[in-house]
Design a protein around this ligand. Sequence first.
Ligand code: AMP
Ligand code: MN
Ligand code: MN
Length: 329
Amino acid sequence: MASIVTVPQEILDFINSCSKFIIAGHKEPDGDCVGSQLALRSALLRMGKEAVVCSAGPFKKTEIKKYSTEFVPIPKDADISDTKVIIVDCSGRERTGEIDDSLKPFQSAIIDHHAAVTHPRSTALAPVFVDSDSPSCTLLIYKLITALGLQLIKKEAELLFFGLCTDTGFFRHLTEKNADVFEAAAVMIRCGASPKITFNSINGGKSLNSKILMGNILSRTEAHFGGKLLISYETLSEFTTYGFESRDSDSLNQILMSIHGAEAVVIIRQELADNCTVSLRSIDKINVAKIAATFGGGGHKNAAGLTMKGDIQFVKQKMLESFVNILIY
Ligand code: AMP
Ligand code: MN
Ligand code: MN
């Protein structure tokens, strides 16, 4: 059955007992992270509280660029005696990146939907609202806003729907178990979120270069293990030429996953001479979060990522080794 996780009372108490909040998300934010942060800020402001959104950035994805101006540095005058931190869409506080050290002194709560949560509960009963079955963090924020006794306003509905659509690949990763997600989506739409506008804001606005780069990556795709694993890469020189802005991972993965027999997709991107990021996707049974975790990364069962020292050949070899036991059967 779909998730029936309810909002923990300790999260509600955490929010009700404080009037100043810093809402943080993961570095290199995506639509779910930004949507969660901004919708939660809006709700807290409506409750008469002070709230700011902070992120290590960078705001690389085209669909979130317009929100970057909402984000501020961690307020210098924030006092640990009257300010609390809420971390969203992060499997651990270290995923907040460069702002992690500044957040550490504050009492913090975490709201997340990743497979592994490493947030230490030890610090002053830090409350955790985690549901790894939730397809987006914005869905948890939706539940939280409702549990706080608020009706969604249009802006919040749009932000929550935006995050839900980005993390579910516009609902295509959902299954027959997710009727409740569509019920929540219906509420968001009734409150003013538009599927058409949201779809265009996520899938439109891409550059011609992003399609040229995608063509390059597609053209060098290799099939391994009888076609069960598809692996390709973006070179350092492409990264230098096209930059982060030209990455269109969701479309690229969608095309590769549509290939007959594919069960998993690996895209390696070389960002420095000796450093790569790796994006992992699977269609169904393969748990790519587990593979990512063995290299210090993380994510979800069907979508995960990691960074690794080494060049493309080295990282590719490591990835192939990781899939040997899983795909030879
Ligand atoms: P991506 O392939 O970058 O779209 O990431 C897919 C999923 O994996 C997202 O949920 C990310 O939060 C997660 N992820 C990506 N990179 C990492 C990392 N280095 N550590 C932990 N989780 C990651
Ligand atoms: Mn995210
Ligand atoms: Mn998410």
